[in-house]
Design a protein around this ligand. Structure first.
Ligand code: AMP
Length: 134
């Protein structure tokens, strides 16, 4: 199996439109051309997704996500962001190197970034009893 494409980007072995980099993280434009300004923020160490990412990298990843979000709003003319993540194939993950999608937003931009789930099938109370950690 070929090496992880995001690891290749980190090593400079694959191209990317990089917008930010520090010791722990990197951010670059998503190649999907599906929505204006679509960015990805990744840890510079390989983790599959949030389920195996360690706290050190997770904290720094979220710090970068916030820094970039503030930059988009404070310096780039946007008003907000959507943050999206798929962790595991069951959740729709297609690249198995942990990443957070950042979608810059403006009021009235007509971007449908929030999924239309179509309605719950199970009473909320039943799920609550199964998943409560308290
Ligand atoms: P996900 O389906 O949540 O795992 O998202 C993977 C994302 O990675 C998709 O939005 C792809 O467009 C994006 N992607 C895949 N390869 C690259 C690449 N070489 N450079 C930038 N984005 C990429």
């Amino acid at each position: 199996m070929g090496e992880c494409i995001f690891c290749k980007i980190i090593k400079g072995e694959a191209p990317a439109m990089k917008i930010y980099e520090d010791e722990y993280t990197m951010a670059f434009m998503d190649i999907a051309k599906d929505v204006d300004g679509h960015l990805l923020v990744i840890p510079k160490k390989h983790f599959t997704n949030i389920l195996d990412c360690n706290d050190e990298y997770l904290i720094n990843l979220m710090r970068t996500v916030k820094r970039i979000s503030n930059h988009l709003v404070d310096d780039c003319g946007y008003e907000g962001v959507n943050l999206l993540n798929a962790s595991d194939e069951s959740a729709g993950q297609s690249v198995f190197h942990f990443h957070i999608h950042v979608i810059p937003r403006k009021l009235g931009d007509n971007i449908k970034a929030w999924p239309n789930f179509g309605g719950a099938e199970t009473p909320t109370e039943d799920i609550f009893k199964r998943i409560s950690m308290l």
